[in-house]
Design a protein around this ligand. Structure first.
Ligand SMILES: Nc1ncnc2c1ncn2[C@@H]1O[C@H](COP(=O)(O)OP(=O)(O)OP(=O)(O)O)[C@@H](O)[C@H]1O
Ligand SMILES: [Mg+2]
Length: 327
């Protein structure tokens, strides 16, 4: 599927690749194009080191979609990776189960409890909670036609994409356990006469809702009628190797990929200096390799974008970039 069809028809498009190759620029540029082609678009940065606001040349309100100046249909949002843990306070109620000496309870410490995990902040929990925020935009009702993700450099993105699996496995186990020992709640309740049943029910409901939306989001991210991942790269040795790894991982997670953007190509001009000629030659040989390596999967959707004289920032330049991305 070509990038213009993707931007006009799908609900989610993710841009990813190695650090500094032009992910944010390509994502912003595509978002402007889509918005100006009539799609109400939200571009979300999930990179903890945000630069989406800089790319668009504006300050974004923290935590909520900001209308992008000069582009009627476009909104931008930077998601804080340190999600607000207080959103998940209700999960702390699981602590009630501990230390009661009831049969089955000894399983709990092994599985852990979300509330406690959140308060301990083991590595990854902040990302997991940020992902829950992302789910809000994928899985709950909103009036955007298209959501574009400007993702973090490769390693981070892959962890992010594997989160639905990790989380739903984790929550699923928890729910099963909770159901298994569910009938013990009555006993505990009578034993302590604390009347906390409602809160317990709320925790379980919250977990179930979270689990359902994670499962649904995973299905959406895997559906080629819903989502497509666009890999951005530069024509250099290390980028080719990393792109291969990224592609394999995306295939492993069943995330549809149909476009690779090869960015920052030295333009061929009549009078090229020695330096530019040498770089262009180096890039050309890598471009050939890229076509050989990824051509089978991408066909003609290997998009070439030249190195611009100036930085690619703000409306006019991003529009210019779009002329290459969507010719
Ligand atoms: N084709 C291009 N020509 C000239 N400059 C470019 C081009 N593409 C990107 N840039 C510039 O390169 C820098 C990095 O681009 P960008 O921020 O889009 O990369 P990124 O992959 O999002 O980086 P990070 O991994 O840090 O998020 C920016 O200053 C941008 O303006
Ligand atoms: Mg970026």
């Amino acid at each position: 599927m070509e990038l213009n069809d993707i931007l006009l028809n799908l609900k989610i498009v993710m841009f990813g690749g190695k650090g500094g190759v032009g992910k944010t620029s390509c994502a912003s540029s595509s978002a402007i194009w889509a918005a100006e082609h009539g799609r109400k678009t939200l571009i979300i940065s999930t990179d903890p080191a945000h630069s989406l606001g800089d790319s668009l040349g504006m300050k974004l309100d923290p935590g909520k979609p900001t209308q992008v100046k000069d582009v009627e249909n476009l909104y931008a949002l930077e998601i804080n990776s340190k999600a607000d843990l207080s959103d998940f306070e209700g999960l702390g109620n699981m602590n009630l189960l501990r230390g009661t000496g009831m049969p089955g309870m000894e399983e709990l410490p092994m599985i852990g409890d979300l509330g406690e995990l959140a308060s301990m902040s083991p590595p990854g929990i902040d990302e997991a909670l940020a992902f829950a925020k992302v789910l809000e935009f994928i899985e709950t009702e909103h009036d955007y036609d298209l959501i574009i993700f400007d993702t973090a450099p490769t390693g981070h993105t892959l962890r992010f994409l594997s989160l639905p699996e990790t989380l739903s496995g984790w929550i699923g186990k928890f729910i099963k356990l909770k159901l298994k020992i569910g009938n013990i709640f009555g006993v505990i309740k009578n034993f302590f006469s604390r009347g906390d049943e409602d809160e317990e029910e709320n925790s379980l409901e919250l977990l179930e809702t979270l689990n359902n939306s994670i499962e649904k989001a995973r299905a959406d991210l895997m559906d080629p009628q819903v989502n497509s991942f666009v890999i951005v790269m530069i024509p250099e040795e290390m980028a080719v190797a990393e792109t291969g790894r990224l592609l394999n991982e995306l295939i492993k997670f069943d995330i549809p990929v149909s476009n690779i953007v090869v960015n920052q190509l030295f333009p061929e001009t009549e009078k090229m200096c020695d330096f530019c000629q040498t770089r262009r030659r180096m890039q050309s040989s890598h471009l050939k390799r890229i076509r050989n390596t990824f051509g089978d999967k991408m066909g003609k959707n290997i998009i070439q974008v030249p190195l611009f004289r100036e930085e690619v920032r703000e409306y006019a330049k991003l529009k210019e970039m779009a002329d290459f991305l969507i010719p």
